[in-house]
Unconditional design. Structure first.
Length: 269
């Protein structure tokens, strides 16, 4: 399908064909325990630009192996060297999914060495806890850029103020630190996860006043302090109170190269 789309672009737009990737991140995705990977599972790895902390990560290149089989997996992620900047921050993310459901994740942070002499990263995979809150998840809870789409029972989510980040939430992988924006001010907090329970503590934000945009920030911050549980479904996240009532809804966001369509011929293991 992608080859057909590329041919159509040539016929419609002359000879403007996107240049082929000229660099690869290599390495291995391994597990410290013996894992069963069911038939039909897919291994996906990506090189992402995480330089701008308040913005969704930008995918610079993807690799897919299907059927995945058990780990280890050899990494060979293609990308364009021209998109790499000396002061940029880059990391490799990897996962194994089955019919869109997350089975294995890389729970740690895996910075990518993008110097031409290295271009290397190794990734540790682990099981995703099979609990009700994550059973239908397509992306990890941690390190995903969750963009706020609804304050339940409150005003519509307003666009961000000038020079501000969109309202979002990121649960950092290392430690218990959460970061985000209300659409006007950035904030930091501590979070605690216990199974399907999730709580935020010591929430601190800036003091900028936004009268035109970012007006849903106060409602967002108030709801965040009431969160006691969470539920994931696909690329959506719902935060709930102690009685199970929905408080906030988010969608996972990223930029750059989209995932390959289901009908694209996979790369063999």
């Amino acid at each position: 399908m992608r080859a057909c789309a590329a041919l159509a672009a040539v016929l419609l737009g002359g000879c403007a064909v996107a240049p082929a990737p000229d660099a690869f991140i290599t390495g291995a995705a391994i597990s410290r325990e013996r894992l069963y990977v069911p038939p039909g599972a897919v291994f996906d790895a990506s090189l992402v630009d995480v330089t701008q902390a308040g913005e969704p990560p930008t995918v610079l290149g993807r690799q897919r192996i299907a059927p995945a089989g058990p780990p280890p997996y050899a990494l060979r992620i293609p990308y364009h060297q021209a998109r790499i900047h000396a002061r940029g921050r880059y990391e490799v993310r990897a996962a194994v999914t089955l019919e869109g459901r997350l089975l294995l994740d890389a729970p740690g942070s895996h910075p990518a060495l993008i110097d031409p002499a290295y271009r290397h990263a190794d990734v540790i995979l682990a099981r995703v806890p099979q609990i009700a809150a994550t059973a239908a998840a397509a992306v990890p809870l941690r390190q995903t850029y969750w963009q706020l789409v609804e304050v339940v029972g409150g005003a519509a989510v307003s666009p961000p103020a000038a020079d501000a980040d969109a309202a979002h939430l990121v649960l950092q992988r290392d430690g218990d630190r959460a970061t985000g924006s209300g659409g006007c001010n950035r904030f930091v907090a501590r979070y605690r996860i216990d199974g399907g329970r999730l709580q935020f503590h010591f929430l601190s934000s800036g003091m900028r006043l936004c009268l035109k945009d970012g007006t849903s920030e106060l409602a967002y911050m108030q709801q965040l302090t009431l969160v006691a549980a969470y539920m994931q479904r696909g690329r959506a996240l719902e935060l709930r109170d102690a009685d199970g009532k929905p408080l906030l809804r988010f969608v996972a966001q990223e930029r750059g190269e989209p995932p390959p369509p289901d009908d694209e011929p996979p790369q063999p293991a």
